[in-house]
Design a protein around this ligand. Structure first.
Ligand code: NAI
Length: 247
């Protein structure tokens, strides 16, 4: 069977678990070498070890809110595997609360991890990829950034910001052979969403035409498409992966 990512190296942030780990698993299955990066050092090392030996997967401790950390991450991937072909900016947190109750710190934390973290990852990967005249950057937005969700003024702002960031970056580096695209997942079954109260989960379910939550592997499939040459003429796009919710 032909593999979509053979010979490519990918860096995936926030990949100790959830969607990021599912993307790493699928990339490895498609022949890629992967560097998994996460705030949770112990968990990301174990996750990388679960994907294969050092010649296939490595774990790196990294806080995406730190530009220095992200530069070290890209440098270590280049050191280990020679180049970075694919960068997935996936690390994320939620600090949900209505505007009335949300603290300034909760707003700042979410903006720092998602928006600034994605900016660090996009610019650092692009600086490396432009020299090679090739690369695919994939940024995790959310359907929350398209429609705005109650209790998520911080998260919706960050995820909408990621769309603007991705499009602006796509325009800057398109002529250099570097593509930048975004994915907007809907309700995906991970630790992030399983923390939601049952009542909210049920209410979201009524909004989904396909009448089920998505699995992390279903985001990984779309990320694989964007990482591979199947999407070679796509940049600056936003792909909704929502089972039809908020189409
Ligand atoms: P998750 O909570 O299972 O995993 C997120 C990972 O990011 C964790 O391993 C965490 O340690 C890591 N992380 C957090 N802050 C970090 C930092 N500063 N630096 C490095 N790593 C950090 O979440 P999930 O569900 O897998 O989400 C992945 C991405 O997909 C996020 O960007 C999320 O906003 C987005 N998304 C998820 C949806 C869902 O329904 N699960 C829906 C729409 C978007």
């Amino acid at each position: 069977m032909s593999q979509l990512l053979s010979g490519k190296t990918a860096v995936i942030t926030g990949s100790a678990q959830g969607i990021g780990l599912a993307i790493a698993e699928r990339f490895v299955a498609e022949g890629a070498r992967v560097v998994l990066a996460d705030l949770n050092a112990e968990q990301v090392m174990a996750a990388a070890a679960g994907l294969g030996d050092d010649s296939v997967a490595r774990g790196v401790a990294c806080d995406v809110t730190s530009g220095d950390d992200v530069e070290r991450l890209i440098a270590s991937a280049v050191d280990a595997f020679g180049a970075v072909d694919v960068m997935v900016n996936n690390a994320g947190i939620t600090r949900d609360a209505t505007m009335r109750k949300m603290t300034e710190d909760q707003f700042d934390q979410v903006i720092a991890v998602h928006l600034k973290g994605t900016w660090h990852g996009t610019r650092t990967a692009a600086a490396h990829m432009r020299e090679r005249r090739s690369g695919s950057i994939i940024n995790l937005s959310s359907i929350s950034g398209k429609v705005g969700l109650m209790g998520q003024t911080n998260y919706s702002a960050a995820k909408a910001g990621i769309v603007g960031l991705s499009k602006a970056a796509a325009k800057e580096v398109a002529y250099l052979g570097v593509r930048v695209n975004a994915i907007q997942p809907g309700l995906i079954r991970t630790a992030m969403t399983e923390a939601m109260p049952e009542r909210i989960w049920e209410q979201k379910m009524t909004e989904i035409p396909m009448a089920r939550a998505g699995e992390p592997s279903e985001i990984a499939g779309v990320a694989t498409f964007l990482a591979s040459d199947l999407s070679s003429y796509m940049t600056g796009t936003v792909l909704e992966v929502t089972g039809g919710r908020h189409m």
